[in-house]
Design a protein around this ligand. Sequence first.
Ligand code: ZN
Length: 247
Amino acid sequence: MKIRRYKKAHRILSFYQNNFDFKPPYTVLLDATFCNAALEGKVLIKEQIPKYLQGQTKIVTTQCIIMEVEKLSKISPALYGVWLVVKQFPVHKCGHEGNPVPASHCVKSLIKTSNDAKYIVASQDSDLRQHIHEKVIGTPLLYLHSSAPTLEKPGENSIAAAGSSTRTMSEHEASMLTSLKRKYLDQTPAEPPRMKKKRAKNPHSLSCKKSMKKKKHPPQPAIEDGKRKRKRHRKKKATQHVSSTAE
Ligand SMILES: [Zn+2]
């Protein structure tokens, strides 16, 4: 089962590598919901995520995420442990310093619609994940499934975007093919000449005339006939001589 999980992770990462230029070291942007699930599932984030992604990984969070869970922990003490986990990670500048926004808004503002900074978003927030699926392309989603880090399958948006990129590739290939076809077509004019050659076979009609002439030539065999006739004449003469001698 573990091998299958890693193969699946590798396949999904390959999709993002091939279509959206993801490269190690990966930047994993995690939020408090992921840390909460990790705490409940006794998952060692710093060990499990790099192991699962099979590559160098930089795990970061933002000031907005830390401050939100800090506030919530004051209302719900159960989240105090989550706050302790989240603030272990390096803080990535999000542009909201001094003016924090809700954690999900912060993540959305960082990835925008095309995730140019190549974040892998680690979250259990279903609303955030749905937003990424529907409105953002090229964003791997990492979540904990029964305490196991799991990459979600690429969303339809990302697949469509990847498909369009391959379509442009195919267009390039198509243009290459057309240029090649033109070259072949330049060679194919060699075929019409073949047709002309076939038309040149019409001259075969001329050759047929020649053959007719040849048939007319049969005068040659006529000569042979003449020779034969002459021979016959000779024979006749011979017979005449014989008959004359006999007479
Ligand atoms: Zn922020």
